[in-house]
Write a protein that binds this ligand. Structure first.
Ligand code: NAD
Length: 257
């Protein structure tokens, strides 16, 4: 028996890194899964590979009509929505304070914060109506402590985990849960993308990051997408039905000190 038997999940940023790892684990545990992303070639390849319990839906999480369409697509395809994993993200605008480009700022907040809020906005009515649901958002250690990411990225991630806690108070009476995960350094293509590398090279760069992260974190190995997927599985499953409004760091003790 799978730990997510009978459940339907949306995973944003589902074609790469943490999202892809979570798609694979949720399918293995019996869920039906819709992955949303902007990387159509990867999503379409996953549809060919993963079978009838999987669907890819292109959606830019910063665009309200696309998030609405994503939720509509999921409910039409699989009949309901039990789990939303707000996970899409990127490094966002960089630079020192006096250099921050305000268009880049708007884009970053659009993806990292508005994208999460939109997910809640369209998932919650379905979850409230069925009196159950689990919403999980990927924040970051950068949102817990200073110094782990670009300034605007870090502020957005702090907002994500606090939003998640505040939303839990509103959702708890409806048996809907809202939790956040703060990953430490996880070897994915986010680092290569942040350096402006193309998709394929960024994917290869994740391997380089594995070695590098093993050297700079208290636990002498890199975090892996599976580490976050396992935490998401716990929060998505009925093993955690009384866990609500919490932020779980999965970081090999990076923020323990
Ligand atoms: P990744 O680059 O492998 O995956 C991110 C995915 O999100 C990509 O497939 C990308 O196409 C997608 N995406 C980006 N913008 C999008 C948008 N507007 N709409 C839809 N999809 C979009 O990186 P990852 O490390 O797996 O990142 C997943 C999440 O984990 C992100 O929110 C990231 O900020 C967070 N995170 C990562 C780390 C780490 O060390 N890798 C640490 C802390 C937090």
């Amino acid at each position: 028996m799978g730990r997510l038997d009978g459940k339907v999940a949306i995973i944003t940023g589902g074609t790469s890194g943490i999202g892809r790892g979570t798609v694979d684990l949720f399918l293995k545990e019996g869920a039906k899964v819709v992955a949303a992303d902007l990387q159509d070639h990867k999503g379409e390849a996953m549809e060919r590979e993963l079978g009838e319990n999987f669907s890819y839906c292109r959606a830019n999480v910063a665009h309200e009509d696309e998030v609405k369409n994503l939720v509509d697509h999921t409910v039409k395809k699989f009949g309901k929505l039990d789990i939303l994993f707000n996970n899409a993200g990127y490094g966002g605008v960089g630079g020192e304070l006096q250099e921050i480009d305000m268009n880049g700022f708007d884009e970053t907040v659009g993806v990292l914060l508005k994208g999460v809020v939109l997910g809640y906005k369209y998932a919650v009515p379905h979850m409230k109506a069925q009196k159950s649901g689990s919403i999980i958002s990927t924040a970051s250690v950068a949102g817990l402590q200073a110094g782990y990411g670009p300034l605007v990225y870090s502020a957005c991630k702090a907002a994500v985990h606090h939003f998640s806690r505040c939303a839990a108070l509103e959702l708890a009476p409806h048996f809907v849960r809202s939790n956040a995960i703060c990953p430490g350094g996880i070897a994915t293509s986010i680092f290569g993308s942040g350096l402006g590398l193309g998709t394929q090279v960024a994917d290869q760069f994740a391997e380089v990051m594995k070695t590098h992260l093993a050297k700079i974190q208290p636990t002498p190995r890199s975090g892996l997408p599976e580490d976050i997927a396992n935490a998401a599985l716990f929060l998505a499953s009925d093993e955690s039905t009384f866990v609500n409004g919490q932020t779980i760091a999965v970081d090999g003790a990076l923020t323990a000190g």
